[in-house]
Design a binder for this molecule. Structure first.
Ligand SMILES: [Zn+2]
Length: 425
């Protein structure tokens, strides 16, 4: 099935600036300027000079270098703002290349091709996912991305970065980073980045899917609505944390935000898929809801599936509402502790079931406001995801573009070279 690119209608979202020291070197200025041109936040030399607070002569050198490298190009004059004269408008050169994203879910996968201005050129959907064997999944992902590149007339030799989202923890200390899922021996430690970087000959980013969703949700909001905690309720329960300065918080090893395995009182007797007892995921995931519905109604497993949970909830099925309420209480318990500990400006709940009924959000909200300190909830906004299931793809597009436009990658791009010199990472 082809997904219409217009589904991703909120783009372009804000790109984060690279670390900006008091005396930024040329590579940092190239990266900062390219990212502003790419997300449209500063598209004339005057805007760039003002936003980066640099000398006009420095801005001239940076813009000329980006033009010479073929990364940006002139696109006529911009509208004059206020009393200023109209300036020459700069855009990312379409010929500079594309980024690719794969959002691998448990049973389905979505992939897309985007240019560096966040315009999605083609997308595909696949009935294969994390429950299948990794070599099969990656072969299908590569074939779908090749097909999408072909149909969008994008040159495969100009792919700048591939971002892959997966419902698993990523060990960021390993080089290259790998999946850590001891209960899934097929994917645990599997060299995902190696397979993709060998085929597309470019860097590959591996990221937990809830982290990608957290990145996307944070960029659709004004920068002051941070820190943000994103919680995804799906086949499992996952989370992502965006710090006050706009960066994803990975922790020491990559496990930050994995809220599905925090212990809750109501789940102490239930065994989680990780092998331990009492995890939030063991009571609040869609799989856990299904188990309880089946055991209370004696229904045949084929009659109760994840795909009809939303339908059952909407039709007012009492048992489904009851187990959903139990899951909301457990999520509320964990979110209240997170709010108390982290003092986020925004907590976002995502996932088909949460988006299908207001009740869960209301229960979580009441627990959080009742249990957390007033100072931690004074300015808290607790709401549903704004991007829904597109969040992981959009977060992947943003991460891949920021990587392609990072100081290291840009400064190694030589004029006239079709591709940035490749090093895996
Ligand atoms: Zn667990």
């Amino acid at each position: 099935m082809n997904l219409p690119a217009t589904e991703l209608s909120e783009l372009p979202l804000r790109l984060e600036q690279p670390d900006f020291p008091a005396r930024p070197d040329h590579a940092v200025l190239l990266s900062a300027t390219a990212r502003m041109v790419a997300d449209g936040s500063a598209v004339t030399k005057a805007d760039i000079t003002r936003t980066l607070d640099i000398a006009r002569s420095t801005a001239n050198v940076v813009v000329d270098d980006l033009l010479e490298r073929g990364l940006i190009e002139r696109a006529g004059n911009s509208e004059a703002s206020g009393r200023g004269r109209p300036g020459e408008r700069l855009v990312i050169a379409p010929s500079f290349g594309t980024v690719l994203v794969a959002d691998i879910g448990n049973r389905s996968t979505r992939v897309c091709v985007s240019d560096l201005s966040q315009q999605v050129r083609a997308a595909r959907s696949l009935d294969i996912g994390f429950e299948d064997a990794p070599d099969q999944v990656l072969a299908a992902v590569i074939a779908a991305l090749d097909d999408a590149l072909d149909s969008s007339d994008c040159d495969p030799a100009l792919v700048r970065c591939v971002a892959v989202g997966l419902p698993a923890s990523i060990d960021i200390r390993s080089l290259p980073p790998v999946i850590r899922r001891p209960t899934n021996s097929l994917w645990d430690g599997f060299p995902v980045t190696h397979h993709l970087s060998r085929h597309f000959e470019c860097p590959v980013i591996l990221e937990n899917d809830a982290n990608l969703r957290a990145i996307a949700e944070s960029r659709i909001l004004p920068a002051h609505q941070l820190p943000l905690i994103y919680i995804k309720m799906g086949t499992g329960v996952g989370g992502g944390i965006i710090g006050r300065e706009g960066r994803l918080q990975r922790g020491a090893d990559g496990a930050a935000g994995e809220i599905g395995h925090i212990q809750v009182h109501s789940a102490l007797e239930i065994r989680c898929s990780c092998g331990k007892y009492g995890c939030l995921q063991a009571i609040a995931s869609e799989s856990a809801l299904l188990e309880r519905i089946r055991s209370r109604t004696g229904e045949n497993p084929s009659a109760t599936t994840e795909s009809n949970l939303t339908e059952r909830l909407r039709s007012g099925d009492l048992v489904t509402a009851e187990v959903m309420h139990e899951s909301a209480l457990a999520i509320g318990e964990v979110v209240a502790a997170l709010v108390q500990f982290h003092n986020p400006a925004r907590v976002v709940l995502g996932g088909a079931l949460i988006e299908a009924n207001e009740e869960t959000l209301a229960v979580v909200r009441s627990i959080v406001y009742r249990s957390a300190h007033p100072l931690a909830t004074r300015n808290l906004y607790l709401g549903q995801s704004l991007l829904g299931r597109d969040g992981a793809l959009i977060g992947g597009v943003i991460s891949a573009i920021e990587h392609a436009l990072s100081p290291d990658r840009i400064s190694s791009a030589r004029p006239g070279e079709s591709k940035i010199t490749f090093t895996e990472g």
